[in-house]
Design a protein around this ligand. Structure first.
Ligand SMILES: Cc1cc2nc3c(=O)[nH]c(=O)nc-3n(C[C@H](O)[C@H](O)[C@H](O)COP(=O)(O)OP(=O)(O)OC[C@H]3O[C@@H](n4cnc5c(N)ncnc54)[C@H](O)[C@@H]3O)c2cc1C
Ligand SMILES: NC(=O)c1ccc[n+]([C@@H]2O[C@H](COP(=O)([O-])OP(=O)(O)OC[C@H]3O[C@@H](n4cnc5c(N)ncnc54)[C@H](O)[C@@H]3O)[C@@H](O)[C@H]2O)c1
Length: 479
């Protein structure tokens, strides 16, 4: 077995690992980046990018199908599944290629291929061919789809997100299990591309929504175009000659439906369990997860750091990059360990309508403000700009603290939520009050005027602003 001695070893060359490597390499040349499978990152290969490419095709199909409401008639819409998937794969590969090239361009002595596992708190065995002795270690091994045991009944027709993006053509039907972020995004996109889809859930949730009022609205809106079984009990899953036969009961009735594939989108599991983490000498919680400080990414007071999806804290791309930066810097400068900037939480689901969340959830606001908070809201049903573009569906709710008037968080289902969420996240990170936010400019006619309506309501409910009537006299029509 080869032996290597380094100051910093980074396990996993995904987004968190690559960013950690760059930071650590500023402090020492004795650094190694270990990858067990392939370069290219989850985000580019099987995550953010290919999913958004599929959604983009679905949006075009949907818009064309609904052009008639504007008096624009385009005839029958033909979805060419082969061409759709060809573009998804081609563009996906364009995103992956520079990431792979950047990793391959790293100095040879800084790279190691093979699955890493701990054999001591400073010692790793990589691919059973190299032993690495490391002063500090960054764990950045990402996550993988969780597959409940009963799904195995689908046999060769059981798929996960990774498989979808390698399809040559679109199938006739897919049963999507898990109406969370991945299931909703992919399920809606496939349905809009003409695939027969049923979205199966267990607890009535959809898109990860936390605010009950918005969740109710979401269930209604998505049910208009998707077959939803959000609180179904699955009785059997069987591979038959026709595909995957699923028997499920719901609202006292039992149904059987057959699909080409069963797509498991029932959450992801951190890649911690194949690392022999028990040999690392760090504190583990009752689920076997390392205890760590989210501001330094350090595990206890050890020389080990954990960044990205693997720590299961904020499994999103920009968070993986931020965490990689903090962990890599600290691993490089250890024992001088500093807290890094953690940004206001923001997440976006690229469904239609989009879903987004900023700052604290409704439940967290209740806890932090000890019940002393208020809510403002706007429905997009009659919001001017949203109606103009026929995207007038959804609800936005904003939360603020009594007394301080601070903006605390928001959840939304509606048009341009990806943009509204950024405005709100920037306001939250700047610790703005609702009153200050209302002093910002709002153009007319734009979707942001809906946000203003919600903020005005919040200000009123916080009893901080001047008394206002229901009508906004300075607003343009539909504001
Ligand atoms: C379908 C889908 C859509 C998504 N869409 C979005 C989105 O729109 N926006 C967003 O913000 N986030 C999105 N995400 C989440 C985002 O992709 C992840 O948060 C992010 O990619 C995590 O990066 P990471 O560096 O932690 O892990 P990864 O990029 O997965 O990197 C981990 C690396 O570690 C390697 N590895 C694992 N174990 C070992 C080992 N023992 N030894 C050596 N190497 C190992 C793996 O091979 C892998 O290369 C999506 C995810 C999915 C699945
Ligand atoms: N737009 C984005 O930013 C984006 C897109 C995709 C993924 N992601 C990231 O990936 C993570 C994982 O996504 P995900 O959708 O796999 O997980 P998730 O936690 O969002 O959703 C899992 C869903 O599966 C349901 N479920 C669990 N067991 C089930 C069962 N046996 N049958 C049916 N349903 C079941 C859960 O109730 C939940 O609704 C997300 O939390 C997010 O961080 C982000």
């Amino acid at each position: 077995m080869d032996k290597r001695e380094v100051d910093v070893a980074i396990i996993g060359a995904g987004t968190a690992g690559l960013v950690a490597y760059r930071q650590a390499a500023r402090a020492t040349d004795r650094v190694v980046l270990i990858e067990g499978e392939q370069y290219g990152t989850t985000c580019a290969r099987v995550g953010c990018m290919p999913s958004k490419l599929l959604i983009a095709a679905a949006e075009r199909a949907h818009d064309v199908r609904h052009a008639g409401q504007f008096g624009v008639h385009v005839g029958d819409v033909q979805v060419d599944g082969r061409a759709v998937m060809e573009r998804v794969r081609r563009e996906r590969d364009r995103f992956v290629e520079p990431v792979v090239k950047a990793a391959e361009a790293l100095p040879e002595e800084h790279r190691l291929m093979g699955h890493a596992r701990f054999v001591g708190s400073h010692r790793l065995v990589v691919g059973e061919h190299t032993e690495v002795q490391a002063g500090r270690i960054v764990i950045a091994t990402g996550s993988r789809p969780h597959i409940p045991a009963p799904f195995k009944g689908a046999k060769d027709r059981l798929i996960v997100n990774d498989d979808v993006f390698d399809w040559q053509d679109l199938p006739e039907s897919v049963a999507v299990f898990g109406p969370g972020v991945i299931g909703l995004e992919l399920g809606q996109a496939l349905a809009r591309l003409g695939v027969r889809v049923r979205l199966f859930g267990v607890d009535g949730g959809i898109g990860g929504l936390q605010d009950g009022k918005i969740l109710d609205r979401a269930r209604r809106i998505f049910a208009e175009e998707l077959a939803l079984s959000l609180s179904a009990k699955t009785e059997t899953i069987t591979r038959t000659d026709q595909g995957v036969e699923i028997t499920f009961s719901e609202d006292g009735r039992t149904n059987t439906e057959t699909f080409d594939y069963l797509l498991a989108a029932t959450g992801r599991r951190p890649n911690i369990d194949h690392l022999d983490i028990q040999n690392a000498g760090i504190e583990l919680d009752d689920k076997g997860m390392p205890e760590f400080d989210p501001y330094t990414l350090r595990c206890g007071d050890s020389h080990i750091f954990i960044a990205g999806d693997v720590n299961n804290d904020r499994p999103l791309l920009h968070e993986a990059a931020d965490e990689g930066r903090i962990a890599g810097k600290n691993a490089g400068t250890w024992p001088d360990v500093r807290t890094g900037l953690r940004k206001t939480p923001v997440s976006v689901v690229f469904s239609d309508p989009q879903i987004a969340r900023v700052g604290y959830t409704l439940a967290q606001v209740g806890e932090r403000c000890q019940g002393c908070f208020a809510v403002g809201e706007v429905s997009f049903d009659n919001q001017g700009r949203s109606r103009v573009i026929a995207k007038n569906a959804g609800l936005l709710r904003v939360y603020g603290e009594h007394g301080s008037g601070l903006f605390m968080g928001a959840e939304m289902l509606g048009p341009a939520a990806e943009h509204l969420a950024h405005l709100l996240a920037w306001a939250a990170q700047q610790r703005m009050t609702v009153k200050t936010m209302l002093e910002m400019p709002f153009y007319h006619p734009v979707i942001e005027e809906g946000l203003r309506t919600a903020l005005k309501g919040l200000n009123r409910n916080l009893q901080m602003g001047p008394e206002q009537g229901d009508e906004c006299m300075e607003c343009g029509p539909g504001g």
